[in-house]
Write a protein that binds this ligand. Structure first.
Ligand code: SAM
Length: 268
């Protein structure tokens, strides 16, 4: 499908998850939710034809955009390269070193994210959490439901636990398919993620915690005992004396996973 935006024509590419925002009301809602302070350093991931970019450029002094599609990069260059507050980085956000990109300065991240890479991208961004003030992302509503899910909910899983460990998750509003061109098949939603400056429940060994959560949700139908056995071997029954391992992973809160991971650390 060919999308026309302020004079430029672009054939949208499915492999880059290109669904362009065309509803000005939704664009305004996102920009007003961000609440831009002129001094903010904003990085937009996947600017596309610049629907959000243009709206943000009027408000902020430092906007860097990361776009993988060279055709779109050409359009963006033609329109905005002369503006002193605009910087274009052509490349894959999954491979981008956001610390280098921003010279280790605090950043706010924004994006109507390509849905096909949203989960790996969220994990990639977690490695820059110490630099990130907050993130405003448009995602599939189903992904936002998973990010915000509580224990016991069918959407609760590895993504929920890992993101809630590091960030406060605030679902903001849903967006219907008609707000995009071409229209996606699914409902979208905007979420705000705020990395904690002080993690509420801190794991003594983050790698152990990540491994535990991953292993548990790879076998979410089984009891915790099965997953713990893979990590602790013979020490499993000792751990069971302190933490009941007959529960299913989806019933554990973030704090429970941290407690179990810390116990694994002591026992191993
Ligand atoms: N922000 C625009 C809008 O709201 O209209 C476009 C959003 S579109 C859903 C996703 C954008 O991300 C496209 O411009 C696409 O080319 C870009 N993109 C896809 N994969 C990317 C990647 N790995 N790194 C950077 N940009 C990517």
């Amino acid at each position: 499908m060919s999308v026309k935006n302020s004079g430029a024509k672009h054939r949208s590419r499915k492999r880059f998850g290109q669904n362009f925002l065309v509803d000005q009301h939704v664009i305004n809602n996102i920009v007003s939710a961000i609440g831009i302070n002129p001094a903010d350093r904003i990085i937009e991931i996947g600017p596309g034809l610049g629907a959000l970019t243009e709206a943000m450029l009027t408000d902020c002094q430092h906007l860097t955009v990361v776009e993988i599609d060279r055709d779109l990069a050409d359009i963006l260059t033609e329109r905005h390269a002369a503006k002193p507050n605009f910087t274009l980085h052509i490349g894959d956000a999954l491979q981008t070193d956001f610390a280098e990109l921003t010279a280790h300065q605090p950043i706010r991240l924004v994006g109507n994210l390509p849905y096909n890479i949203s989960t790996p991208l969220l994990f990639h961004l977690l490695s820059y959490r110490h630099l990130i003030t907050d993130m405003f992302f448009m995602l599939q509503k189903e992904v936002v439901d998973r990010l915000a899910a509580s224990p016991g909910n069918k959407n609760y899983g590895r993504l929920s636990v890992m993101m809630q460990y590091h960030c406060q998750v605030q679902p903001l509003f849903t967006v219907p398919p008609g707000a995009f061109e071409p229209a996606p098949k699914v409902i979208s939603a905007v979420v705000r993620l705020v990395p904690y400056s002080c993690i509420p429940h801190k794991a003594s060994d983050i790698e152990m915690f990540e491994q535990l959560v991953k292993t548990c949700f790879q076998q979410r139908r089984k009891t915790l005992r099965n997953s713990v056995k893979l990590l602790a071997g013979d020490a499993t029954e000792e751990i069971n004396k302190i933490i009941d391992l007959s529960a299913r992973p989806e019933t554990l809160s973030v704090a429970d996973f941290v407690a179990l991971s810390n116990q694994l650390n002591i026992t191993n």
